[in-house]
Design a protein. Sequence first.
Length: 315
Amino acid sequence: MFTLFARRFVSMIPVLFVVSLLVYGFMALLPGDAAVNLAGGANATPERIEAVQQELGLDEPFLEQYAHWLGNAVQFDFGASLTTKTSVSGEIIKRLPITLSIAFGAMVVGLVIGLPAGIVAGMRSGSKTDRTVILGTTAGIAVPDFWLAMILIWIFSVKLGWFPAVGFTRLTESPREWLKSIALPSVALGIAIAAALARQVRGELADVMSQSYIRTAWAKGASPMRVVGKHALKNAAIPAITMIGLRMGSLIGGTVIIEQIFSIPGLGTYLVSAISTSDMPVIMGVTTMFVLVFVGMSLLVDVAYGLVNPKVRVS
């Protein structure tokens, strides 16, 4: 297992290098100039713009700028924000737990709803229950998360007053208020995950349940819990693990809009404000963190493969 982990970890390094180079290049092509904004915007003089560019190192060749940034980034130093002058790494450390709490909350919602629904539908393929689950998952996938978020706010915040409409409370301040502050964002993001997971589990489980070794287990008098839990679900789990891992990685970036709707001070809000001011260090730092989380989740998926299927460890 350690060899599998080490091999996958080493393979991440060139991926991170290429992605960071591409992202840095795309940032340089975006419209807007941070030096112009810092020099005074529309009233900035060419001399002042040139002085700001020299101060920030923006007048250096592209590869020199990237090499300087990469040398600091590998030490988790993304520089200082061009507008607020605060440490980007410090802001990421402060805001990342907020974004992760919403993402993990959404994943919990997806697992609690999607996994049982997929198992029930997969065990009764073609039944009314199966068709009901398929209809529900279709609706869950089709509904945009931002629209669902606004509906949830209107019902549970405005009408019922059960949950706060905006804001975030840290876990260390009040666990109860923290749970209430992430409940609606987590549900808004988690419904689509639940729908996708239910469909994935339902399809794989329906195929596995028709295999000969499952019929043999039934013929031996094994209990439904043993047949489904030990034999069928274990063999149907790998595609579901893939989907969960990739969804968890994409959830970190998917919180951007949700954080805006609920006014949550996470990485998504930080990134949006940086884009509006062309704050390159913040954009690169947050984007790199999103990529790290996504690649890290892919690594965990590979390790989970090894735990579920011993053949992966051998290969």
